[in-house]
Design a protein around this ligand. Structure first.
Ligand SMILES: NC(=O)c1ccc[n+]([C@@H]2O[C@H](COP(=O)([O-])OP(=O)(O)OC[C@H]3O[C@@H](n4cnc5c(N)ncnc54)[C@H](O)[C@@H]3O)[C@@H](O)[C@H]2O)c1
Length: 459
């Protein structure tokens, strides 16, 4: 059933949620304290890149299904349901900074005038929802309102797809009525597709979100350590991933080795859980180590390059990829920060390229010694070596002949294992993939999917 919904926060989660909810029939009022962002959104400009979002946003704006504002009172008064999707970034000591969340909840509670469901989408440490409910118990009781936790699992780069095709809907609520309202809101994407709906307590839902990210971060960390080992024994991490992934107990997703995980969530949520546990006297030693392991991985592409070319002083290095992963312009937690800092400190001249994330990277990385180029060819021109850090399609499709024509040197660090190694080898390049020392050219084309298919068929 159609609902009047307010969404607080128009970041990666809030905006995709607001636009998606409007598209499935709800009447949405999206609120952000960032007035410039609101002004831009009203004109249909997106504050970030997310594939497919612009088109749906245009449709829902034109249809009058979504409105943007900085006026929180108006949003609360007109709505039956309020989503909160503000940031919960890490503090210096690893705890989640809940100040944005507290401010947003305060605003909502201040204007609460009738029975409403407040749905928290921001990722929060266990116990947060119960604490908020206790803090605002008088207002919640007098208006018969509820606070529910509904964790978000979308991935940047496929967030729109994830909104319409979730793996599950988790509803952390002490109230059956409030849980049913959440279920109804998402019925068009969940009910029609028989997506599992898990109703549980708020604290279980909080733990589900943290635990999911811990499991995913751990898989990446394990694969990256295995990749390091693989380089020393001469095995191939793509073959290892294919073989391990065929075990139905393990499955084949999230087995790609690379320059460590980045983004705004995995690191923050691992440290959020570890610090929340420590505050309760529980030592999560294994989980804590995920971060140490990941930090080490982020620098490995630069260290491998240094080993391959010797002193970096005066060397021209092309760094391809600044976003933490492909199909997003988000640079939060990107390995590019560590790699470029290391290279420039060692005296290299760095030219960096990214199809979308250049602006955000320059905004966040104020150090000297590097420049960004608009065209990938300009970064590669006369370069002694290149490092691929992000798995953008355009890097996957780089032509070895073109690189041979413009680069001076013949060394490529392919930290994502995305280029056709054999083709580059025949142009005289030495390619260092993650998790492989030396490439044995037994397949004609050796991109990842060809290899996985060949490996599977030959078993
Ligand atoms: N980004 C992801 O991939 C992702 C995935 C799953 C869950 N999450 C979680 O979702 C939450 C939001 O993440 P994000 O990446 O969208 O954050 P973000 O930083 O991109 O956006 C947060 C937005 O909230 C706005 N805001 C802050 N205080 C506000 C207030 N009082 N009222 C209205 N707006 C306010 C900010 O101006 C900003 O636009 C976080 O807790 C995050 O951990 C993020």
């Amino acid at each position: 059933m159609k609902k009047k919904i307010a969404v607080f926060g128009t970041g990666y989660v809030g905006l995709v949620t607001a636009v998606g909810l409007a598209d499935i029939g709800h009447d949405v009022f999206a609120v952000d304290i960032d007035r410039t962002r609101v002004k831009d959104l009203k004109k249909g400009y997106l504050p970030f890149y997310e594939p497919g979002l612009k088109k749906i946003m245009k449709t829902v704006i034109t249809a009058g299904k979504i409105h943007f504002s900085s006026e929180s009172d108006k949003a609360v008064n007109r709505s039956d349901v309020i989503f909160i999707a503000v940031g919960t970034p890490p503090l210096e000591d690893g705890r989640a900074d809940l100040s944005q969340l507290r401010n947003a909840v305060d605003c909502v509670i201040e204007d609460l005038d009738s029975s409403k469901v407040i749905i928290i989408k921001s990722t929060v440490p266990p116990g947060t929802i119960d604490a908020l409910k206790e803090l605002h118990s008088a207002e919640l009781e007098s208006t018969k309102s509820e606070i529910v936790f509904c964790p978000e699992f979308l991935r940047e780069g496929t967030a729109v797809h994830d909104f319409y095709h979730p793996d599950r809907l988790v509803i952390g609520s002490d109230s059956d009525t409030a849980a049913r309202i959440v279920d109804d809101i998402f019925f068009p994407v969940v009910g029609k597709r028989d997506v599992p709906v898990l109703k549980c307590s708020p604290v279980s839902a909080e733990m589900i979100k943290y635990s999911s990210n811990v499991m995913l971060a751990a898989r990446i960390a394990v694969m990256n350590e295995l990749a390091e080992m693989s380089e020393t024994v001469g095995s191939d991490i793509i073959e290892i991933a294919a073989g391990v992934g065929l075990d139905s107990r393990i499955g084949n997703s999230f087995l790609n080795a690379g320059p460590g995980f980045g983004g705004s969530c995995f690191g923050k949520d691992v440290s959020g859980l570890v610090t929340a546990a420590a505050a309760r006297g529980v030592e999560l030693g294994l989980i804590r180590e995920i971060l140490t392991s990941n930090d080490k991985q982020r620098l490995r592409p630069a260290l491998r390059l240094e080993k391959a070319v010797g002193s970096l002083r005066g060397k021209k290095i092309a760094v391809l990829g600044l976003a933490f992963k492909a199909e997003t312009d988000d640079v939060r937690g990107s390995a590019a920060f560590d790699v470029i800092e290391y290279l420039t400190e060692k005296g290299a001249q760095v030219k960096a390229h990214d199809p979308l994330a250049e602006y955000n990277f320059i905004r966040d990385f104020k150090k000297k010694g590097y420049s960004c180029t608009e065209l990938v060819e300009d970064a590669l021109k006369k370069a002694d070596a290149a490092i691929i850090l992000t798995e953008w399609k355009e890097y996957r499709n780089l032509s070895p002949e073109c690189l041979a024509g413009c680069m001076k040197g013949r060394v490529i660090i392919d930290s994502r294992n995305i280029i056709d190694v054999n083709a580059f080898r025949s142009e005289g390049f030495t390619v260092f993939g993650t998790g492989m020392v030396e490439v044995k050219p037994k397949l004609k084309s050796r991109n990842r999917s060809d290899f996985m298919n060949a490996a599977i068929v030959s078993m």
